[in-house]
Design a protein around this ligand. Structure first.
Ligand SMILES: Cc1cc2nc3c(=O)[nH]c(=O)nc-3n(C[C@H](O)[C@H](O)[C@H](O)COP(=O)(O)OP(=O)(O)OC[C@H]3O[C@@H](n4cnc5c(N)ncnc54)[C@H](O)[C@@H]3O)c2cc1C
Length: 321
């Protein structure tokens, strides 16, 4: 029996979220006395055996040209076959776009119970109980999963990655890969160099910046910190910034280690997408701005004075002239 972890990659690199999912799956396997196994679809350039350091013992790799494009229907069929082959009792995905589209489909195929957005290891002392976020992260629910097979999506940045010694065995699997019912004609990449859902630090700005011409300082701060760039919804709606940078309830939901919000009021719909950030820093000239209630650190002041000072401070720390 196994705990099967879906391992994702983009442009050859295994995603950081998958390192978390592997650590989580390996801990669960330890708890239930099962083996932690992984599944990789396609051909990442990253070294697969070295993923054993996160606790996975065996990785099923399926290499087929059809898998180069993400197609949730094809991926579902392949993952379900591997899950049956490996006798998976639990299947772990990251709670990101790919995981969110695959997990329910896999759960239906395997007649499994699904918990989306888990934030902690299941309590297996009496059954199988998982803690998950509800109401956009405002509350937790404890969900009991009575089915034989369980499917879990793990909230990104909610579980600490652990590295130990270990090398995973990689097995080439020849399961059936069905033809895709879709044909991708072309793919246009967004300008973002750092994917917001993967970013460790995100610098975000809102309507307080007055206009798109003032984003240079935000971009400079983000670049110095190696951070992703985000914005509030009105900023994207006004075309000051591209829509892929819009975070919140109707935008991208993120959970970086550090979220810096500049000139953003902190409306509930904005907070819904960023309140899982580990540390929140808010810059706002209005001391009554609601964002300060959610902030770990707050700076009351004009962004046009504060941000240049932040840039200078980061440059000093980094030794950049
Ligand atoms: C159904 C629904 C879904 C929504 N989804 C989202 C969503 O996903 N994401 C989202 O962001 N919003 C969303 N909204 C909109 C949300 O309610 C707010 O209107 C929006 O977040 C406000 O954006 P803002 O903070 O940039 O602008 P404002 O509310 O205009 O706030 C600007 C802030 O900047 C401060 N400020 C002004 N000048 C300066 C300065 N010089 N220096 C420092 N601070 C300054 C002000 O004090 C103020 O707090 C949604 C709304 C609805 C109804």
């Amino acid at each position: 029996m196994s705990v099967l972890i879906f391992i994702e990659h983009t442009e050859g690199e295994i995603k950081k979220a998958s390192h978390e999912a592997i650590t989580y799956g390996a801990k669960l396997a330890e708890q239930t006395g099962d083996i932690a196994e992984g599944i990789v679809l396609g051909s990442p350039t990253d070294d697969l055996p070295s993923l054993g350091k996160f606790g996975v013992k065996k990785i099923y790799q399926v290499q087929n040209d059809i898998l180069h494009q993400f197609d949730s229907q094809v991926y579902t069929k392949v993952i379900a076959q591997i899950a049956e082959e490996s006798g998976a009792k639990a299947i772990i995905f990251s709670n990101n776009p790919a995981g969110k589209s695959l997990a329910p489909r896999v759960a239906v195929r395997l007649k499994a119970g699904l918990v989306s957005g888990a934030t902690a290891l299941p309590d297996t002392t009496k059954g199988f109980e998982v803690r998950k976020n509800v109401f956009s992260g405002k509350a937790f629910a404890h969900v009991s999963v009575p089915t034989d097979i369980k499917v879990i999506t793990l909230n990104v940045n909610s579980f600490t990655v652990e590295e130990n010694e270990g090398v995973a065995e990689v097995v080439q699997s020849s399961v059936d890969v069905p033809a895709s019912k879709l044909k991708v004609i072309n793919t246009t990449k967004t300008s973002a160099s750092i994917a917001l859902t993967e970013a460790d630090t995100v610098v975000s700005a809102g309507r307080g910046l007055k206009g798109p011409e003032n984003w240079k300082m935000v971009e400079e701060l983000a670049q110095l910190l190696g951070a992703g760039l985000a914005c509030s919804r009105p900023v994207a709606d006004a075309h000051w910034r591209p829509h892929n940078e819009h975070v919140g309830q109707t935008g991208v939901a993120i959970a970086p280690n550090l979220y810096i919000a500049i000139g953003i009021s902190g409306a509930i719909q904005h907070l819904a997408g960023v309140n899982r950030s580990k540390v929140i820093v808010v810059v706002n000239k209005d001391p009554e701005a609601p964002f300060f209630k959610a902030a770990d650190y707050g700076i009351v002041g004009d962004a046009f004075e504060i941000v240049p000072k932040m840039i200078e401070a980061v440059k000093k720390v980094k030794g950049v002239v």
